[in-house]
Design a protein around this ligand. Structure first.
Ligand SMILES: *Cc1c(COP(=O)(O)O)cnc(C)c1O
Length: 379
């Protein structure tokens, strides 16, 4: 298929070599000895689900995981042939399709399995399941021995299901209070020990736990935000003994440059007024692209220098105060490196009083994703 040419110079570049290195480095630096489950939910945290899944599998990930049935179907239909786990709830009606597509489903209660047996005709292929234990997250999952026992009994007397895994999720692993995570792990393992036979994959750790608690890695870790080169929190970043490699950068160009006199109002509401004669540049990126209005004042890089976004950020464009005359077409880096300087997603997150996860997933799909470091061609 012919590559579509984008005419707007704003683009997101995803370095797939960084994704692969973030998987490989877990082994290389002795952090993970078992498997890596690459978490590619929410379109690969905004990086592109199919491309990231393929790169992670190339680097040796044992499985990829998503949040929803539709995300799993999409990966399969785009040629991702490895194991796929749906970590969030699936409707009963999806069970048969999941079995056909070889998609592994999370099960959080025995009633779900019973209903699948009641409402579906015999599957041609068995449905692989991972049982979810709620060890303290308080979201979904079995919470006690009785519930787990009931589920095991049902799985044992049906040949429709394969108990391929059991897992839990930590709520505070990215914070400086290990007792929470330790408690959750202990509770989880007590339940795991009840199983008559250990399933293939017992897993608990998200990125934060992977990086901070190697003793909890079990058979596999679910590596999400770290896969993209972003630390789960400042606390975790401070503890790292190696560098996560950033995969995403966002670039554009100056689309318009002008010199204005003192007291010139810029953008909606005229809330920015020049104090003296100023050079103002316009960049074709706005809040519809994920450059939220709250990012007014955030700096961008041009020619390796930082300069601030001024005035109200528009839906499709924003203005920046230039230190001197600059040319139309000059490269602008919104996220990434230029010369000695770097602007990270984390900086945006801080300004918006949120976490980098939320920034990554809200980079608009209108901006094309350009992939570098491809190992082979995926369509
Ligand atoms: C999103 C998610 C992960 C990945 O978390 P990160 O902090 O991004 O590593 C792991 N497990 C479950 C159940 C999740 O929902």
């Amino acid at each position: 298929m012919e590559q579509y040419t984008y005419y707007r110079p704003t683009q997101v570049t995803i370095d797939l070599e960084a994704i692969r290195n973030n998987v490989r480095n877990l082994k290389k630096y002795g952090i993970v000895s078992g498997g890596v489950i690459a978490v590619v939910k929410a379109d690969g945290y905004g990086h592109g689900d199919v491309e990231v899944a393929a790169a992670a599998l190339e680097a040796g990930a044992v499985m990829v995981s998503v949040a929803t049935p539709d995300e799993a179907i999409r990966l399969r239909s785009k040629g991702i042939n490895g194991d796929i786990l749906v970590m969030g709830p699936s409707p009963i009606t999806f069970a048969k399709k999941a079995a056909e597509l070889g998609i592994t489903l999370m099960v959080a209660e025995v009633g779900w399995l019973r209903q699948v047996l009641d409402e579906s005709a015999e599957f041609e292929k068995q449905l692989k399941i991972h049982v979810k234990i709620d060890s303290g997250m308080g979201r979904i999952g079995l919470r006690d021995a009785g519930a787990l026992q009931a589920l095991i009994s049902l799985v044992e007397c049906s040949d429709q299901f394969v108990l391929d895994g059991i897992f839990t999720h930590f709520s505070c692993a990215d914070e400086d209070r290990p007792y929470r995570t330790e408690e959750q792990f202990k509770l989880f393992m007590e339940l795991v020990r009840m199983l008559p036979e250990k399933p293939r994959l017992v897993h608990a750790s998200n990125s934060a736990a992977t990086l901070l608690y190697p003793q909890f890695q079990l058979d596999a870790v679910r590596f999400g935000i770290g896969l993209y080169g972003i630390a789960p929190s400042e606390f975790v970043e401070g503890q790292l003994s190696f560098r996560l490699e950033k995969a995403m950068s966002i670039e554009s160009e100056l689309a318009f440059v002008k010199k204005v006199e003192a007291n010139t109002a810029i953008s909606y509401g005229g809330t920015y007024e020049t104090k003296a004669a100023e050079w103002i540049g316009t960049i074709p990126i706005g809040y519809a692209d994920g450059l939220k209005r709250g990012l007014r004042g955030q700096e961008v890089l041009i020619g390796g220098e930082r300069m601030p976004i001024i005035g109200t950020i528009c839906m499709d464009q924003c203005m920046v105060k230039l230190p001197r005359e600059m040319s139309i077409g000059e490269k602008v880096v919104l996220i990434g490196r230029q010369g000695e300087e770097e602007i990270r997603l984390e900086e945006w997150a801080k300004r918006l009083d949120t976490i980098p996860y939320e920034i990554a997933v809200s980079i608009g799909r209108r901006i094309p994703r350009i992939y570098t470091g491809k190992e082979r061609q995926h369509t």
